[in-house]
Design a protein around this ligand. Sequence first.
Ligand SMILES: [Zn+2]
Length: 254
Amino acid sequence: MPTYTTECLVLARRDLGENDRCITVLTREFGKRNFAIRGARRGTSKVSGATEPFTRLKVLAATGKSLDVITQCEITAVYSSLRSTVAGLAGACYLCEVVDALLHEHDEQSAAAVFNLICHALNLMQQPARWPDAVMNATLLRLMAELGYAPRLDTCCCCEEPLDAGPAGFSASNGGTVCRVCSSALKDAVSLSAETIALMDLLGNAGAKVLTEIKPLDRPAALATGVIQRYVQFHAGRIIKSSEFLHSIRAGGG
Ligand SMILES: [Zn+2]
């Protein structure tokens, strides 16, 4: 059986047969892939830990008929600080589920960029931040841009006119901001202050230092988070199950 090596990040896992597991991973070279890990559900298996979501691995895989099989693997990062708090765990799981939902298997086009983006985000999410959602929101916006869905934030998606200094609408189905006139005719448009739009623009471009130090006012912060997550969900085309968990943690002050 031909073999190959790759670096990957575990996005999801499910049981396979009596003793095995199937993991969905994001690889640096090949984009999203599914692998079988034989014996992963036996308590004694050395590879059991390699099936946990957001674990980073180096694997040796053998090409199989339906699923490639991991024959050897080395865990290279577990992001333990994220696993030690419920908020960290919720954020990392949400990010993995979003990537799994947005990427198609074997789509290699943005593989390396998305892999680097998500691994960088997980590293950064381990650092203390004044606004816990900053890195997550910035990563979601950059992920969308990488996949060709960057939301428009400066002109109206419907009439192409520049936005004025006041509030504007945001329509996920139209791809971003819409002026007040066009907004009134759209069912999915939500109203955003100019401050919230500026915050989203900043999140899409700011470096790591700004993302850990930024502390916006509560209302624009909450609105930006809600709009970004709804935009991601619109493109994912399915409910992101861990978003409810994430919301309950944030509502509880985590
Ligand atoms: Zn317009």
